[in-house]
Structures are given as structure tokens and as C-alpha cells.
Design a protein around this ligand. Structure first.
Ligand SMILES: Cc1cc2nc3c(=O)[nH]c(=O)nc-3n(C[C@H](O)[C@H](O)[C@H](O)COP(=O)(O)O)c2cc1C
Length: 179
């Protein structure tokens, strides 16, 4: 059984959420535990770059906001799902800010290493130009030494709900089930 957290960077109930729900259905069917964080609702502030965190492992950042809910779950997680709409060729600000703030966890470690995890990328977009977002994700995986288990990138979806019937939903479900 894997402990999975989903960082949902979409602010609306739309295509990214549909991918997350399909992935979650598959993962839960396979016996894994999935916890989703809807970042928009958590009032997460961007990183201040102060490098003064890490003194309290339960609450490592100097900023006390919605990340307080994520830090304990992140520590326990085997797999972190990064889910986001494509916003100007990259992940949303919500996801970027939350991920930057995970840096504080590394500050708890004298060797400045983030815990090693597995990861999955789920994204939705109007077009099909995911290259920059994939580059960011791939660089992150390489830098952190994480193992990516897959990406599901669904282009051609603009309005919320446009993803209905798209094959990427099945791909996401199967990815969750295959873990
Ligand atoms: C601020 C903003 C920027 C966007 N930038 C892009 C983009 O660069 N490329 C693209 O294909 N779609 C872009 N889109 C469209 C969204 O990626 C698309 O509507 C997606 O399905 C939204 O996912 P959601 O339903 O989970 O919110 C943008 C939308 C917004 C609101």
C-alpha cells in the first residue's frame, strides 16, 4: 500500500480535477491511500527565500498558512502527484508556490536533502504545448532524485468538463491502478 498525496494546482472543478479523480479511482482500487490537497483553498503564500526554516520538523516554514496541513502528509507520502492546468506553458502558480514551500522540509536536514519520493504528473490544457512544464518536472525529478512513474497530459480541453470521454481519463485511471 502506497501513501499518495495529490497537490491539486487547479483553482476550479475542471479538467485537472477529472484527471485526479480518475487516477484516484484506480489507485484506491489497487489498495493505495490517496489524500488530495486543493491548493487554491489553502491560502498558500509564495516562498520568501529566507532560508530560516527547518527548526521544527512538524512546521518547518516560517510562514504559517495552509502548508501546515501539507507538511505532515508530505513527510509520510511515498508518492506525490503534481496536478495542474497548463498556465502560460507551465504549471499554475498555486502548484509552483506549494512546491517551492516544500523546500522548508529539506531545511530540517543538515545535509539539505529532500526526502526521496515517487511522483506522477497530471496536466490539462487547451493546446498541446506541455514541453516547458515537462522540462520543469523532469528537472525537479532529476534534482531531487525522485522517480517519475508517469505523466498524463491531456491537451485539447479548454472549458471545465471538456475532458469528458477523453482517453487520457482511462490512462490516468490505469496509471493509478498499476502502482
Ligand atoms: C491563466 C491561464 C493561462 C493558460 N495558459 C495556457 C497555455 O499556455 N496553454 C494552453 O494550452 N492552455 C492554457 N490555458 C487553458 C487551460 O490550461 C485549460 O483551460 C485547462 O483545461 C484548465 O484546466 P482546469 O479545467 O483543471 O482548470 C490557460 C488558462 C488560464 C486561465
Amino acid at each position: 500500500m502506497k501513501n499518495i498525496i495529490v497537490l491539486n494546482g487547479s483553482p476550479r472543478k475542471g479538467n485537472t480535477l477529472a484527471l485526479i479523480e480518475a487516477f484516484t479511482a484506480g489507485a484506491e482500487r489497487a489498495g493505495h491511500k490517496v489524500t488530495r490537497f486543493d491548493l487554491q483553498k489553502l491560502n498558500i503564500h509564495p516562498c520568501l527565500g529566507c532560508c530560516r526554516g527547518g527548526k521544527d520538523s512538524a512546521s518547518p516554514c516560517v510562514q504559517k498558512d495552509g502548508m501546515e496541513q501539507i507538511y505532515p502528509a508530505y513527510r509520510e507520502a511515498d508518492l506525490v502527484v503534481l496536478a495542474s492546468p497548463l498556465y502560460y506553458w507551465n504549471v499554475s502558480g498555486q502548484l509552483k508556490s506549494a512546491f517551492d514551500r516544500l523546500f522548508a522540509v529539506a531545511e530540517c536536514d543538515l545535509n539539505y536533502t529532500n526526502p526521496v519520493k515517487e511522483s506522477v504528473l497530471l496536466m490539462a490544457a487547451e493546446g498541446h504545448e506541455f514541453e516547458e512544464a515537462e522540462y520543469w518536472y523532469d528537472r525537479l525529478m532529476g534534482h531531487l532524485g525522485w522517480k517519475s512513474l508517469g505523466k498524463v497530459l491531456c491537451g485539447g480541453v479548454m472549458e471545465a468538463g471538456a475532458i469528458a470521454g477523453k482517453p487520457e481519463l482511462l490512462t490516468a485511471e490505469r496509471l493509478g491502478e498499476s502502482l
